[in-house]
Write a protein that binds this ligand. Sequence first.
Ligand SMILES: O=C(O)C(=O)C[C@]1(C(=O)O)C=C[C@@H](O)C=C1
Length: 263
Amino acid sequence: MAAESNSKSDILTLEKVREALIKQEDTIISRLIQRANFPLNSPAYDEGKFPSFPGSLLQFVVKETEALQSKVGRYESPEEHPFFPESLPPSLLPLPANPPVLHPAAGSININEKIWEFYFDELLPLFAAPGDDGSYASTASSDLDCLQAISRRIHYGYYVAEVKFKGSPQDYEPAIHDQDRDSLMKLLTFVDVEEMVKKRVEKKAKVFGQEVSLVDNANAKTDKHNASEKYKVDPSVVSRLYEEWIMPLTKLVQVEYLLRRLD
Ligand SMILES: O=C(O)C(=O)C[C@]1(C(=O)O)C=C[C@@H](O)C=C1
């Protein structure tokens, strides 16, 4: 079944979708900076640490927050996916009146498990300082803010794939018919764009993450040895986040979506 042709999908352009991705960079970087205000706070992640919760404090915060957000319609947007989709309450709001822009396949592609894994196992230790200040609730909420912003960005790949497909169906259709992942991956990859994204997010991390002081401190500014310490989150970690995880997973979402695009 093909996605409906309608005014909203007709005005969706690659330029507009890329603009949306650029705005989301601001959200992701700001949330990482917010999380970096707290140390690692590992008891928040230990299952059974607080007997009042069945799993970890983090899991409790995520599940309860997602249940509330589900009731107010968060997961009715195709790019929003819960981390604990099991037994979520339904939305209490009426369904959106707009006709769908995406193929219904989008609803079945949720790669949040991969996002959860890299965030806690690999990314977090790179930018949260070791230590425990006891502020577990704020830490868990802040983790969920980061996870949701990253997840939304990655699942936005549906829209990128849709505009690319609509722009040149003749290029994509043979690879979709053959279910050829490698060809799809080649077709949708723009190495020059990826290079720009990495440079831009690194620069944004420098601008957003500066320590602001009313006293000019010329020494601190020129001290190259302390370059990464000057920023609230190391800019090279943000660039690495995009290079190793966000862009490859956005491409994975695009491939998964395109494989089902002609169903
Ligand atoms: O801008 C695109 O064309 C995208 O597909 C998005 C994106 C990204 O995740 O930033 C992913 C793949 C491309 O190689 C370039 C950039």
